[in-house]
Write a protein that binds this ligand. Structure first.
Ligand SMILES: *[C@@H]1O[C@H](CO)[C@@H](O)[C@H](O)[C@H]1NC(C)=O
Length: 350
């Protein structure tokens, strides 16, 4: 806006100077006009100067593994996490004035993550994230918000000869348990928990028909198809007033994760799915009912297609519809279906 008005001012001054040129009396005024307009533009360009609109910084991809050893039973447990901590606060001058006195080095942030992991439980991750985030806003008076992201990798205890092994584990896939914890001074703690990369497939019990058919449609309706997806499920907790509030509810976090995972898997398996949309909504509804402390549940489900292969060209082989056995898995393009399920009475943002 400012830039535009400065330009139009300049072109106007050109126009005026042309008119005034042939009148010697007005020539000095014309020069004065040029002089002041150039000062005015410089003055304007001061206002045009950039300002820092938002800033946060910290350490990303901090990989931490903690082993818990129960001396009495000899049973050990491992937790592997990838942690990101980003800080916000009175840090503007580090960007605008090269003032490093307000900077807690990202290396110190990394050290703090290790020390906090040593001195505290790292599970549930919602609690560890809250402890870590609260540390930064309490330790540094000029830091007002800490954003902690934790990806917990899945190590499942090995069964050897039918017995759970005391200290050996297997990683069953790409599934992770994640949390995003925002600790905001004077406001409280916002937590989102999620499951990512939970890949599932069912070979029947999925339909898709009755969708819009027009001159763009080639997809056939189906009453029986393969359904596969990488589940990304996210549940948002109501705001906690602070670390004490999180601690009070700390036993609810693992229970919520177990409920969300079990509901997702059971609904995926048992629902005779009319569409990804209809099935995911049922999942969200049940999770909200199971965990009263949640505000919303959000799903993002890619529809990983498995196409039927028409082999009728080869000696009339039947491999479509009820005869389908050999499919061609597709990597892309894929459907992507998202929704957020909230409690009735809350407005949907569509
Ligand atoms: C949690 O998720 C919701 C919905 O995606 C988002 O609006 C909110 O900012 C998230 N909060 C945190 C702490 O990540």
């Amino acid at each position: 806006m400012i830039l535009r008005s400065a330009n139009s001012l300049h072109s106007r001054s050109n126009k005026y100077s042309f008119k005034l040129l042939d009148n010697t009396i007005f020539l000095p005024f014309s020069i004065l006009y040029f002089f002041f307009s150039s000062i005015f533009q410089r003055y304007h360009s001061k206002f045009k100067m950039s300002a820092l609109a938002a800033a946060r910084y910290g350490k990303d991809n901090v990989r931490v593994c903690k082993v818990h050893r129960d001396e009495k039973t000899g049973i050990q447990t491992v937790v592997e996490m990838t942690v990101c901590v980003l800080l916000e606060g009175d840090i503007e001058t580090s960007y605008t004035k090269a003032d490093n006195s307000v900077v807690v080095a990202t290396d110190s942030i990394k050290n703090t993550i290790f020390i906090t992991a040593k001195q505290n439980p790292v599970t549930p991750p919602e609690l560890f994230g809250s402890i870590l985030g609260t540390h930064f806003i309490e330790k540094y008076s000029h830091i007002h918000a800490a954003h902690v992201n934790i990806v917990t990798h899945r190590w499942v205890r090995l069964d050897i000869d039918g017995k759970p092994h005391p200290h050996s584990f297997i990683k069953p896939g790409s599934e992770t348990r994640n949390v995003q914890v925002d600790v905001i001074e004077g406001k409280g703690i916002d937590i989102n928990s999620s499951i990512k990369g939970l890949t599932v497939l069912k070979s029947t019990g999925s339909q898709f028909w009755g969708f819009v058919r027009d001159e763009y449609t080639t997809l056939k309706e189906t009453w029986d198809r393969l359904l596969s997806t990488d589940v990304a499920a996210n549940w948002q907790w109501r705001r906690f007033t602070g670390l004490a509030d999180v601690k009070t509810h700390s036993e609810k976090f693992n229970a919520a994760w177990e409920a969300a995972r079990a509901i997702t898997l059971k609904t995926f398996a048992d629902d005779n799915s009319a569409s990804v949309q209809a099935t995911m909504y049922k999942m969200g509804e049940q999770i909200l009912a199971a965990v009263p402390l949640l505000d919303t549940v959000e799903y993002a489900l890619p529809n990983i297609h498995f196409f039927e292969v028409d082999l009728s060209w080869h000696k009339g082989i039947k491999n479509t519809g009820k005869d389908a056995e050999v499919y061609a898995p597709q990597s892309n393009p894929n459907g992507l279906i998202k929704c957020t399920v909230g409690r009735a009475g809350q407005k949907a943002k569509l």
